[in-house]
Design a protein around this ligand. Structure first.
Ligand SMILES: NC(=O)c1ccc[n+]([C@@H]2O[C@H](COP(=O)([O-])OP(=O)(O)OC[C@H]3O[C@@H](n4cnc5c(N)ncnc54)[C@H](O)[C@@H]3O)[C@@H](O)[C@H]2O)c1
Length: 330
């Protein structure tokens, strides 16, 4: 039998180099390879050469790639980030591949970015007011007092709770729809029973749920039809939560008065997408997670998870329970 592979593949990353990965893994006898591109065929070629583990950022690791990984020695897939919707968890679990994430490295950054987007919309900063004379060019009629208005959150987990705390400091009342949260005591957040009620009662709607079958297009034409206060939509969660065609139609009809999107589907939006260049839309390129501190922490902690699993230690943040492990311990 040939020796198990000792190579860890980086499919894609947002970091300048892979010095941290090498520092963590090489002293333990593992080598680090960066894929030349993250298109599926290139990744399949890289994986077919044998991999002990994979570090992935945004590249989709769908069933064929995860299966190829399993057949070529892969024991761990570590996501540089929180959401694992780009990894086929079911196949990984079936093949005994441990999937990990880093669930808490950037909660403050995403909450800060959400508030930055909310404030930019509220104060009309998306409109071209720069380079004009003092007091001119401000979209006066669109700027309303923030204090006393209502922010509705879809999802009240790590990031949603931080957004709520920041929003209250600006005098906003906070509502949330989160069917999986049992404990609302002391949160100072009012639970609502449906997304439609949330949309109806909110001046700002901000999304903080994971992307699942249940949350895909949670903001669609039907949900937006419930709007009564011409709300502004903010999405720093996942692009798939929002039907962008419905958002465009709602902006054009005035149902929505603005949108601020850090994440979109597709990502990035095509250059000629009609949401680009609208004065009532702010787009940022999936950067809500970033700060120097968060990125350093993310790169190191994701790599340390790979090392733990490859050394037979339990990971700190398992996302699945691979079948072999479950059978061995149950
Ligand atoms: N833009 C970025 O750079 C960036 C960075 C990190 C995380 N994110 C995204 O932010 C989102 C929130 O992350 P988090 O760390 O707060 O996650 P979390 O798991 O702590 O919280 C998610 C919350 O959503 C709730 N939820 C689940 N299904 C729901 C549903 N159907 N309707 C309403 N609520 C539902 C859960 O009960 C939970 O309270 C995720 O989508 C994550 O991928 C984006």
């Amino acid at each position: 039998m040939s020796a198990p592979p000792k190579r860890v593949l980086i499919t894609d990353s947002v970091f300048d180099d892979c010095d941290v990965e090498r520092d963590v893994l090489e002293p333990h006898g593992f080598s680090v390879t960066q894929a030349p591109s993250s298109d599926p065929q290139t990744l399949l070629d890289c994986i077919s050469e044998g991999v002990a583990g994979i570090l992935v950022c945004f590249a989709p690791l769908d069933e064929p790639l995860v299966r190829a990984a399993g057949e070529n020695g892969c024991r761990v897939i570590a996501r540089y980030g929180i959401g694992v919707d780009n990894v086929d968890l079911e196949t990984a679990t079936e093949l005994g591949i441990q999937v990990t994430n880093v669930p808490d490295y950037c909660l403050d950054e995403v909450a800060d970015h959400t508030l930055a987007l909310l404030l930019a919309c509220a104060r009309g900063l998306a409109d071209p007011i720069r380079d004009r004379g003092v007091g001119s060019g401000i979209p006066y009629e669109r700027i309303r007092r923030l204090s006393g208005r209502t922010l509705g959150l879809v999802g009240l987990g790590g990031i949603g709770l931080r957004v709520a705390a920041r929003a209250r400091a600006f005098g906003l009342k906070v509502l949330a729809f989160d069917p999986y949260r049992d404990d609302w005591d002391g949160l100072d957040v009012e639970p609502v029973a449906s997304v439609r009620s949330l949309v109806a009662e909110s001046d700002y709607i901000s999304l903080h749920a994971p992307l699942t079958d249940e949350t895909r297009h949670v903001i669609d034409a039907d949900a937006l039809a419930a709007a009564r206060r011409q709300p502004i939509l903010i999405n720093t969660a996942r692009g798939g939560l929002v039907d962008l065609d419905a958002v465009l139609a709602a902006l054009e009809s005035g149902q929505l008065s603005g949108a601020a999107l850090d994440v979109t589907e597709p990502e990035p939006l095509p250059d000629d997408h009609p949401l680009r260049d609208r004065p009532d839309v702010i787009l940022t390129p999936h950067v809500a997670f970033h700060s120097v501190e968060a990125s350093d922490e993310l790169q190191r902690r994701a790599t340390e998870e790979v090392l733990r699993v490859l050394r037979g230690e339990p990971p700190q943040n398992p996302v699945n329970r691979p079948r072999e492990l479950a059978e061995a311990t149950d």
